[in-house]
Ligand binder design. Sequence first.
Ligand SMILES: *[C@@H]1O[C@H](CO)[C@@H](O)[C@H](O)[C@H]1NC(C)=O
Ligand SMILES: *[C@@H]1O[C@H](CO)[C@@H](O)[C@H](O)[C@H]1NC(C)=O
Length: 324
Amino acid sequence: MFHLVDSMISYRILILALFVGFIAADEQFGPFTPDFVTFLNEHPVRNEYAISSYKEYGPTGTFGGKTDNQTMNAIHHPVLFVHGNSDSALYFSKDSTGWTNSVRYFREQHYTGYELYGLTYGSRNLNNSLHNSITCRNLVGIRRFIESILSYTHAEKMDIIAHSMGISLARKAVQGGTVHMTEDQCDLGPSLAHRVDSLVAIAGANYGMCLCLNEVAVNMPACGPEGFGPGTCGRTEDGTEENCRVKENSCERDDYSSVLQQINKGPKEAAFVASLWSNSDHVLGINNVAWGRTTSLVKDLTFADQFTLVTTHSRHGGRPRRIY
Ligand SMILES: *[C@@H]1O[C@H](CO)[C@@H](O)[C@H](O)[C@H]1NC(C)=O
Ligand SMILES: *[C@@H]1O[C@H](CO)[C@@H](O)[C@H](O)[C@H]1NC(C)=O
């Protein structure tokens, strides 16, 4: 009897596993559709960033666009997903899980591929994450991608969901203006805030990350003036990682990342801005490898919240807004 129950359970698990395996193997959300690639190629210089992402990263590197037999009538605002440091547009590895969970969920809620967009930037290797910082190439590239989605879909407004470093890129790309880097500067044009309905920001580091004060990280590009250095708040002597994490410690003098300061001084990016984070994020390890893991979890587990926030401007739902 017990054996029977046991084997029935195993049998069910096996069936479930096969079923899930089948779904996973069958689901392919990327890359960009041929129709969208054709559109991008009409302005190859302007769209170079999206085109090179399409060419470089394969089927998990990009997604979005209409298929041959799809009508152009979007029901929803198009949504752009911007991944974080070392991540991918769609599932690439256990450390670079991309937006697959979100895209699957939005598709289940009747969003079409014509309404969901993403691309990949950077190395998709978590081991390199401390070497990456906010660059003009990524800012200008994301800005151009936003413009091309608006133009391709003829949408008046779009939504943006971004994770970690992707939030900084998306915020500045929408804000526009000139960004001053140590050895570079870029002009992003006028604000696009009037074209963005919702911005959902997941596990952002808008004031830097305390772990950047750790000696392993402090001199790395990801923790510099174009990265996520939290500064010492004028506490030159006791500006340590531990002190940075103490809630009660107020800031005497802002000296966090120059680019983050420029972004935080910029105009609001959207009609509705939501921020999601995890209370356990502060346990992030202090070395390179741990960076991003906990925040990726927030991203992967909040797909339903992302949907509800974008469609109803509330975490608890309510009457869905039919837009467009
Ligand atoms: C729509 O087009 C896609 C790819 O272009 C194809 O796989 C699918 O079978 C088509 N669906 C219908 C209903 O024609
Ligand atoms: C990252 O580093 C670890 C430890 O050195 C190594 O085992 C792993 O293969 C590296 N991952 C990638 C994707 O290179």
